[in-house]
Design a binder for this molecule. Structure first.
Ligand code: 5AD
Ligand code: SF4
Length: 447
């Protein structure tokens, strides 16, 4: 049977990684991935509920599929629609009430059951749901089809024990569980042997790795062990400032393949707000950490997450965040307007601040973000950089795009007699001629 499927993914890297497992599982059962919903017999939404916008969009998108005609030549008489990821986990079979033509709902730990659920739903014409509350299984034991052959995401923990007052993640992904160190190293070695150039270790808070394990291997032990597999580029995401240890910081000084780039979410520059967010650190501590990191790894590039408009944020609180962004010169800032999530403590707190004031703050912050990104890019001006090629520019297909060790996006012309395939997934030497606000421009050298 020539069955086609399409996966639509929202949200964080963990979700993108879970989608790679969905590709693996469905290709394993003989189905073929296609690029659009229209061409697909089976459509799977891998959802995110961290902020409200994605939530609302999902309901709209699934509802709008009701009247979509089947593709010509489909072996099915009716399209199968499935919802997984965080909304699947949170809402479970309640989704069937709101979306009567939805066929399958599965939780974040039920990827392995997906083929069975899809088949049962189709054969029996019933709605099928499976939501496990917790499981010690990692989806990484499932087959996978990686999005890029040169890069791999490798989950080391799932769940989160932190309960930041705005955040739905611990309510959906459960308490933190760490994967056995030998499984992590085995998977990393497998990627190295398969020619993967870059591994990103994943977890909601990789720094607290191992607290639930016997013998307590810690995150710095994982970094050391994975670095020893000989992977060319090692990265990790995401970190919590309260758990970033000296041992981990020290690895930036000693592991050559640990890339000089750290994503360290600050969320706010104001101690009053940090306290209400239950972040368990002060902004002074955050600054000290950054100073230590810079000492261990001079020139390290930084990025962060920021929430604007947390309930009760004053002009003074916002100014403290603005000043932090101006000072840190982040390469990248993922800034979000606060989004109320039912079931979290902050959802019960009133906020008198008008929407337009919050939006104006957000826009103002973006000016500081742009200044910081430009300053970060300028540190690479007139240097030679090793760039891992990831594709071509959306606007110009003769322009290659890739990342430096510092994670700076770099554009450079494709030589005339070459194609993207000659470069994709390889590391090349590029001289940086110009630092733009959001990217670097350069030219290939030594070719
Ligand atoms: N509203 C806005 N942003 C949020 N984040 C998490 N929860 C919310 C929320 N309710 C942001 C945080 C986190 C990132 C992944 O998403 O900045 O670090
Ligand atoms: Fe959410 Fe905080 Fe856990 Fe990050 S550390 S996933 S923001 S609760």
């Amino acid at each position: 049977m020539d069955l086609t499927f399409h996966v639509q993914t929202y949200g964080c890297q963990m979700n993108k990684h879970d989608s790679e497992r969905v590709y693996g599982v469905l290709e394993n059962m003989g189905a073929t991935a296609v690029d659009t919903i229209e061409q697909a017999d089976v459509v799977i939404f891998m959802t995110c509920c961290v902020r409200e916008a994605a939530d609302v969009r999902l309901y709209g998108q699934v509802a709008s599929m009701k009247n979509l005609p089947m593709r010509e030549g489909s072996p099915l008489h009716k399209r199968i629609v499935a919802v997984g990821g965080c909304i699947g986990q949170r809402d479970g079979e309640k989704l069937f009430e709101a979306l009567p033509h939805l066929n399958v709902v599965f939780g974040t730990q039920n990827l392995a059951s997906l083929p069975t659920l899809l088949l049962a739903s189709y054969n029996e014409g019933t709605q099928q749901g499976e939501i496990l509350k917790t499981s010690d299984d990692f989806s990484s034991t499932l087959p996978t089809t990686r999005e890029h052959f040169w890069a791999a995401w490798l989950p080391i923990t799932v769940g989160c024990n932190n309960y930041c007052t705005y955040c739905i993640v611990p309510h959906v992904r459960g308490k933190e569980r760490s994967r056995a160190m030998e499984d992590i190293v085995k998977e990393a070695q497998h990627y190295v042997d398969a020619g993967v150039k870059e591994i990103t270790l994943l977890g909601q808070n990789v720094n607290s790795y191992g607290r639930d394990l016997y013998g307590k291997p810690r995150f710095d032990d994982i970094l050391e062990a994975v670095a020893q597999t000989g992977i060319e580029r090692l990265r990790f995401a995401t970190s919590h400032p309260k758990d970033l240890t000296d041992g981990v910081i020290d690895k930036f000084a000693h592991l050559e393949n640990l890339m000089p780039y750290l994503h360290l979410p600050a969320q706010s520059g104001s101690n009053r707000v940090l306290k209400r967010m239950n972040r368990s650190y002060t902004i002074e501590h955050y600054r000290e950490l950054i100073a230590k990191v810079k000492q261990a790894c001079p020139g390290i590039a930084l990025s962060t997450d920021i929430i604007v408009g947390f309930p009760g944020e004053t002009e003074e609180d916002f100014q403290a965040t603005y000043d932090l962004i101006d000072e840190m010169k982040y390469n990248q800032v993922f800034s979000f307007i606060y989004s109320k999530r039912e079931g979290t403590p902050a959802a019960r707190w009133d906020d008198p601040t008008p929407h337009d004031v919050i939006h104006a703050r957000f826009d103002r912050l973006l000016e500081a973000v742009a200044r910081g990104a430009h300053a970060s890019n300028q540190t690479a001006q007139d240097t030679d950089q090793l760039v891992l090629v990831e594709g071509t520019s959306k606007r110009d297909e003769r322009m290659l795009v890739g990342k430096t060790p510092h994670n700076h996006t770099t554009h450079f012309p494709l030589p005339e007699n070459k194609t993207l395939d000659d470069f994709l997934g390889t590391i090349v030497n590029v001289h940086i001629d110009e630092a733009k606000t959001w990217y670097l421009k350069g030219h290939l050298i030594g070719q």
